[in-house]
Write a protein that binds this ligand. Structure first.
Ligand code: SF4
Length: 317
């Protein structure tokens, strides 16, 4: 170009992201809250995958965990109670190029958001859904949630929750087009990270239930599983979450589970004597709404606009 020195290099340098690039506001969760561990894992995953912050979006509903987008230096949408999944489906419809994470809680997803949960799983659009399950409504101060264990005391059931809890794993597996269902825990950073990594790489909706500590309202609910690794059932399979030597050395109680085996996945999901860790169900061939050419969601924005224009032209003729 005229006037520029010849030795100038105008090519953009490759960008390298470090953890700081994903850190948003200072988290305001209680000390010891399991949400902080998940936040650290997601930021690490973004760094390791070198996801550009401006190409990453985190959508949440309402609840303690749903403050998540405020703590990420990416795009975020703190939506309405029970509504993160329809918002995320909207984001995915218009922006197939974004990396999309969804944060929801047991109250947000399994109570007010149940209908959206079922249909989003059936739509199977590509996103990583993290369901933080602490068995309680924390933000509104200790009410029974759909996953609260029977007999557990809360502010609405001082004599104990009267009903057996809903089973988020078994329910999700049974939904048409469910393609990825896994469980992990906030207190095992190795398994948590491996699970989120696998979920992010999945082509479709990856549903990850994360057993989460809430020391403020339900301290100690996971202690029997945290302190006794024999009460954890590690699911091992080449198509599942890789059980590396660290995990194998901690969890002696493990089984080979092919995540395409629906009957065994359901049987594992209903076990209440152990906490299963790993991938329960995987169906990479499940239909995807965002890959259905009839809806045009697999097209680029330019192609979609051209299609709309030609339809209008036909209509006007
Ligand atoms: Fe975490 Fe429970 Fe505190 Fe909410 S109330 S921030 S879930 S420890």
């Amino acid at each position: 170009m005229y006037g520029l020195k010849k030795d100038w290099n105008l090519e953009a340098r490759p960008r390298v992201f470090c953890l700081d690039d994903y850190e948003g506001g200072a988290p305001r969760w209680c000390p010891g809250c399991g949400d902080s561990a998940v936040l650290g894992s997601v930021q690490r995953l973004c760094r390791d995958k070198q996801l550009a912050p401006e190409m990453t979006a985190v959508v949440s509903g309402i609840g303690c965990s749903s403050r998540f987008p405020h703590y990420m230096a990416t795009y975020g949408f703190h939506s309405l109670h029970g509504r993160p999944l329809p918002v995320a489906c909207g984001v995915r419809s218009r922006r197939p190029d974004l990396h999309l994470f969804v944060v929801t809680g047991d109250g947000d997803c399994c109570a007010i958001g149940t209908a959206h949960w079922i249909h989003a799983v059936r739509y199977n659009m590509k996103m990583t859904v993290m369901m933080f399950d602490n068995n309680i409504y924390g933000l509104t101060k200790k009410q029974t949630s759909p996953t609260t264990r029977q007999g557990r005391h809360s502010n609405v059931h001082p004599r104990g929750a009267p009903l057996s809890p809903l089973n988020p794993l078994a329910t999700t597996i049974s939904i048409t087009n469910a393609s990825f269902v896994a469980q992990t825990v906030d207190w095992d950073p190795v398994h948590l990270y491996q699970t989120l990594k696998k979920a992010h790489e999945h082509d479709g909706l990856a549903f990850v239930r994360i057993l989460q500590r809430c020391p403020h309202f339900v301290a100690g609910i996971w202690d029997e599983f945290r302190h006794d690794p024999s009460k954890v059932l590690l699911l091992d399979h080449p198509d599942g979450i890789p059980a590396d030597t660290t995990l194998k050395s901690i969890y002696k109680n493990r089984i080979e589970h092919d995540p395409r085996d629906m009957a065994q996945a359901q049987a594992i999901a209903w076990r209440d004597d152990v906490v299963p860790l790993g991938m329960l169900w995987w169906n990479p061939d499940a239909e995807r709404y965002d890959k259905n050419s009839a809806w045009g969601l697999d097209m680029s924005t330019a192609d979609r606009l051209e299609g709309i224009q030609s339809s209008m032209d036909r209509f006007l003729i």
